[in-house]
Design a protein around this ligand. Structure first.
Ligand code: GLU
Length: 282
């Protein structure tokens, strides 16, 4: 494989791309420099994804002047790879089935002895209600969680910290910090066979990504990804979390902010150069 930095832009086709996506894609392309910029379609949540949006993603990115190698990796084609990773973690005794829904978790956390719930990257840190359960009694209605306490005992390195190149800052986290601040994350969502965290880690390794670029909203998830890389013997790439594009009120743009959809700017005959200028990328 040719040397050089390999980056990726990994949108979910759940709505039109907006200015925040343009910034993420252009940043990934710029930081690939003389290496390779890849596109990956993150469509594991089939109920929310739609092929029309996937086609629009390619159109918008081409309009911005980006190109990428074919074929594009689509996560919905990768379920066997995620299954293999999950099986490996299960063989290590690091997983358990969980049937709690959000209301169950809220109720368990409101017990007086629990104190104020800690909020991790995926919401309240899971109180461990199903931790005693064995994979042998897993059924269709279960999610699969990581037993974080056991997982940290398997760490190859004593730390889950990383250096963020976007913030130019070290982001330390000890194994003990992982347990209190993050905890037993979901590896496979109910009926889905995988989760964002598991798929991203498996795919970044499979695609040979050497520099992960993404928004700072995902900064806290990176410790989870580093733990999974160590458990699965996968390399840890470099990380660059970039600033988020906000609306006039200072709120981060979300998929529903269709007013800032790239296709609308295109219809209004704006040029890619004007988009770059709006994003401060000239
Ligand atoms: N699919 C994620 C998103 O649309 C990005 C995941 C990543 O870059 O790790 O926000």
């Amino acid at each position: 494989m040719a040397g050089g930095t390999v980056t990726r832009f990994a949108p979910s086709p759940t709505g039109p791309l907006h200015l925040g996506h343009a910034f993420a894609a252009l940043t990934a392309d710029r930081l690939a420099d003389a290496g390779r910029f890849l596109l990956r379609i993150e469509d594991i949540d089939r109920s929310r994804c739609c092929p029309e949006y996937e086609a629009l993603i390619a159109e918008d990115l081409h309009w911005l002047g980006l190109t990428w190698p074919q074929p594009v990796l689509r996560q919905s084609d990768r379920l066997p790879a995620y299954r293999a990773a999950l099986d490996r973690l299960a063989e290590l005794g690091l997983t358990y089935p969980c049937r709690c829904n959000r209301a169950d978790i809220r109720a368990a956390l409101s017990a007086p002895q629990e104190g104020a719930p800690r909020i991790g990257p995926d919401g309240p840190v899971y109180p461990g209600t199903c931790r005693h359960r064995s994979m042998d009694d897993a059924d269709e209605g279960d999610a699969i969680r990581l037993n974080a306490a056991r997982a940290v005992q398997h760490l190859r390195l004593g730390t889950l910290g990383f250096h963020d190149e976007g913030l130019a800052q070290d982001m330390p986290l000890s194994p003990a910090g992982f347990l209190t601040q993050i905890g037993d994350v979901v590896l496979a969502r109910r009926g889905m066979g995988t989760s964002y965290h598991l798929s991203v880690v498996v795919d970044d390794a499979a695609q040979g990504i050497t520099l992960v670029t993404r928004g700072r909203d995902l900064l806290d998830s990176t410790h989870i990804h580093i733990l999974l890389q160590q458990l699965l013997d996968l390399p840890t790439p470099r990380y660059h979390h970039h600033r988020l594009i906000r609306d006039d009120a200072g709120k981060r743009l979300a998929k529903r902010d269709d007013a800032r959809a790239l296709c609308l700017y295109r219809e209004q005959s704006m040029t890619p150069g004007q988009i770059r200028a709006m994003l401060g990328l000239l």
